[in-house]
Design a binder for this molecule. Sequence first.
Ligand code: SF4
Ligand code: SF4
Length: 444
Amino acid sequence: MTTQAHGVGAASRPAFDDHHPPAAALIDKCVHCGFCLPTCPTYALWGEEMDSPRGRLYLMKSGLEGRVGMTEGFVGHFDSCLGCMACVTACPSGVQYAPLIEDTRAQIERRFPRSAGERLFRKAIFMLVPYPGRMRLALVPAVLYTRIQPLLARSGLLDRLPHRLRALAKLAPPVSIRSLTAQTARRTPAVGERRLTVGLLTGCVQRLVFSHVNDATVRVLAAEGCEVLAPAGQGCCGALAVHAGRTEEARAFARRTIAAFESAGVERVAVNAAGCGSSMKEYDRLLADDPQWAERARAFVARVRDVTELLVELGPPRAARHRMDLRVAYHDACHLAHAQGIRAQPRELLRQIPGIELVPFEEGELCCGSAGIYNLVEPEPARQLGRRKLRNISDARPDVIATGNPGCTLQLLSVAAEEGNPVRVVHPIELIDEAIRGPGRTAG
Ligand code: SF4
Ligand code: SF4
């Protein structure tokens, strides 16, 4: 490893101030073995030490010791991190990279003067995406765009847009008036004897773009004996804010989410978006300094489950599954596999469906490039990773791709549309729902 952090140099602005800098004790657990390097997507793309987990830890340490400052180069190495946590899975020394990158990003967000254009772009994202009411309005033109998007893509017009607008246009989700106006029932009774009362996080992107995934989740949970409540007061869970270092904003979202599910009186909180679930399981850390909320956050975290995790916990399926002869490529969303350690459950549930064959593919551990708002703020590496992922998956010749995160679904659909690849991408819960409802009953 190099002893100098190339291109980051000392600066008048210290890398960190005293308000929650990354913890030196966590950084020091790194023994520089390099096992994390091959699984890091930015290292896979560029082969640069400072764009690897080990290099980023070294930069943090250099920053703490005053050897580098908060320069553009320093910030760039952290902006390019996808927060995918593949390094956490790979690390034999148990380095907890998640709190380190979150604390580093919070310092950058609070103290680094980004350009006016960059600030405006980021502000626009955070004024829109976490607010379903605003997003709904903003997505109305996307109903028409959804219809003409393939035509625009073929005409080459999209490629003439500035790179960020182009990324936005290509990632614009497929929406319909139906998906934008869909509402999840406040209460859905269990089929047969009730086993559990479960609250469903309806999400921001999920409820507007993938409302059919929420519908499928409710039907499957109900069929498996859960009463499902969708509390009215819930909003954004704060995942995007926490990943971008907007800590205060994330805390406000977390408090609101906790309060909404507390008043609903649910025994479990089911989440069908990996990024949301991983953030919600970290509310205890996010609110640890808040005496009024720390205990409530701990109690809440104990109830949060990814929907696949919850279904496996319930035990053997109660509802019969019809046969589905399908080759399924299950893509591990980073925030499910690396951040929550959930790999076996979705596969187990899919294998319970007669006829389904899970097909393996190369580089399964590597991020698809979605990563929260990464494919909006860093569109080029995101696109390269998306193409690499789709190529690896397509080589396995699946009939359908299943993945547990709306960001991954959008990313794969966007790359597939660009390449004229007519692949179908679904949430695993949609396949389970189809298997329970029987032939021809596809969701959405
Ligand atoms: S979170 Fe992902 S992109 Fe960031 S250092 Fe770890 S492996 Fe690399
Ligand atoms: S695998 Fe862990 S200990 Fe080894 S270099 Fe990476 S972060 Fe450090």
